[in-house]
Design a protein around this ligand. Sequence first.
Ligand SMILES: [Zn+2]
Length: 280
Amino acid sequence: MRASIAGIPQRITETDVPVWRILGRNPGPMTGPGTNSYLIGESRLCLIDPGPRDSVQLRSFLTAIGDRKLEFILATHTHGDHSPGAADLQRATGAELVGLPAPEHGNHDLSFTPARDWRHGDLLDCGEYSISMLHTPGHVSNHFCYLLREEELLFTGDHVLQGTTSVILPPDGNMSHYLDSLRELQQMNLRYFAPGHGDLIHDPHGELRKLIKHRLRRESKVERSLAEIGSCGLEELVCVVYDDVDKSMHRWACRTMLAHLEKLECEGRVRREGERWSQV
Ligand SMILES: [Zn+2]
């Protein structure tokens, strides 16, 4: 696949229903090449994840939409690299916002305020295609994936990423919920993942198996390391458990490791005393 250029719509060639990937102008260590926005449809359009508030990117969206009708703006979740562009795009087009508002904890976009109470299983019928909504908590509690049913293509936001794994952010993010959400996807017929960051994934079920295995392997490394070190704090533990990850990313690795520890604590396998953790 040729490299994407920010703001320039790139047609996903695998689908009959038109899907355009529009790369955001926000590359970085946490966003990879930038946030992917997706524009779907021929005449009645949906746009998934408008990304950060950005007047240049807004113009790119409006040019891509042209004189067609944008019916829905969908946000996979309310992190700053996914939903803040929705409010301006809504004002410009009159489209309806789809997704869940910001949860209580964490650094979320409070400007995303859908008028309706959207639920798992809700269906957006755009005539030529339809999109069903799947609640997939874990990365954060208000995360949705969106299934383009006719193509069995799932827009995965930050639930599944290409080229990296998502950070699980307690207290709102939750490792047990994350693994359950991945396992739920294993029950579905899926042909492609269109992630919030990175390229289209052609083997969704292989990717799910790999992700679950990766998390469980990390979880046993947490337990093994605690057994070796004994009682310790997060900063000491992260250097051992994430010795394969660059130190500059340890701040984030710490959050995901805490999510592993909280899961293990719930299962009665580790205990927390103040700031220190140990094996049961
Ligand atoms: Zn996110």
